[in-house]
Design a protein around this ligand. Structure first.
Ligand code: NDP
Ligand SMILES: O=C1OC[C@@H](O)[C@H](O)[C@H]1O
Length: 312
């Protein structure tokens, strides 16, 4: 029987250790620098607010560590590029794990609604503090974009066509709270309608994305776009003359449910561990080029929506 290799993670959180590691206490560090200096740490997971991702990635990379960084990867594409340039030199990087859906599609709609009462939060909250990257697009709109991207793109990221973008954002207390974006791919006419808001709660378990194809549509259900639980494929029945609409009674729906391991963190961690064990320095599922592609789109949405972070 083969033995399971050990991957040593760099995690800093006294509370986490107290709660979950009783009986088998790991080494606990007082500062990030101590983690970076420890030769026994293989991977550093960056789960700080968005505004710190650039700093934390650069420090971990410069210390020679493998890195798994949370979304939104950075505040903007410029920072992402700098990180990849640094990582390329060191041959280090691990990025987020995303699920994929497939199909011959022409349109995707996806919305992430999350109720955050920004006014009631302390000014230091990552949902409110612009220096921490507050705003719906970076925190939750990035999931909507990713679903649209997966369904509409389908090419190797480096060769992907940049869509035409039409975007609007609204703000409250200086924080971006609604983002509405239309993406259009000129070569195919495929379209994405992508939204996010912190002004309303989504309905758990309900449809958060719809992918329209030439012969039916797929509805994706779950708690939020970051926690999909199932999808239903609605195929047009043979012989149905109505090609303009796909009414449910004229369709056969087949639901595919899948077991979720936990929140997004779990998938990311598992995939990164597998990459490290198998000697890969860049995720096959979420290559660097894909992150840059999404960051470029978010930069353009923010440019049109007039959302600027203090460090920019
Ligand atoms: N993939 C997924 O499913 C999810 C991903 N995320 C992502 O994870 C990241 C963190 O989110 P979340 O855990 O809610 O964030 P928190 O606000 O809880 O902050 C996480 C940690 O960052 C450090 N930190 C927070 N604020 C500051 C500050 N002002 N100055 C210095 N350090 C600070 C603290 O570390 P310490 O205690 O060591 O000081 C804190 O424990 C974000 O990028 C978010 O988008 C969030 C939820 C789900
Ligand atoms: O999955 C999520 O839901 C709520 C958000 O605030 C969080 O950052 C995100 O990852």
């Amino acid at each position: 029987m083969s033995s399971r290799p050990t991957v040593r993670w760099g995690i800093i959180s006294q509370d986490f250790v107290k709660t979950y590691c009783q009986g088998k206490p790991p080494r606990v560090y007082d500062t990030y620098e101590e983690v970076y200096r420890d030769p026994n740490v293989d991977i550093v997971y960056i789960g700080t607010p968005h505004g710190f991702h650039f700093r934390d990635c650069m420090q971990a990379i410069s210390a020679g560590k493998n890195v798994l960084c949370e979304k939104s990867f950075t505040l903007n594409a410029k920072q992402s590029r700098e990180i990849f340039a640094a990582a390329r030199e060191k041959h280090l990087q691990r990025l987020l794990h995303e699920e994929k859906i497939i199909g011959d599609v022409f349109r995707v709609f996806c919305d992430f609604a999350s109720g955050v009462d920004i006014a009631s939060l302390p000014s230091t909250s990552r949902y409110r503090d612009l220096t921490l990257g507050a705003g719906s697009l970076l925190d939750i709109g990035v999931y909507s974009l990713t679903w649209a991207r997966m369904a509409l793109g389908g090419k190797i990221p480096d060769q992907s066509e940049m869509p035409r973008i039409l975007a609007a954002q609204t703000h409250e207390e200086g924080v971006e709270i609604n983002t509405s974006t239309i993406l259009q791919y000129a070569s195919t006419g495929r379209q994405g309608i992508v939204t996010s808001t912190t002004k309303a709660l989504g309905a758990p378990g309900e449809v958060f994305a719809v992918v329209h194809g030439t012969n039916g549509y797929v509805e994706i259900e779950g708690r939020t776009p970051s926690a999909p639980e199932s999808f239903t494929v609605w195929s047009k029945q043979e012989g149905n003359p109505d090609r303009a609409f796909f009414p449910r009674e004229a369709c056969q729906g087949k639901k595919y449910e899948f077991a979720t391991l936990g929140r997004g963190f779990v998938h990311e961690a598992e995939n990164t561990a597998l990459d490290i064990i198998e000697g890969r320095k860049e995720s096959r599922i979420m290559p660097w080029a894909e992150t840059l592609y999404i960051m470029d789109i978010m930069d353009e949405i923010r440019r049109q929506g007039k959302t600027v972070y203090p460090s920019e």
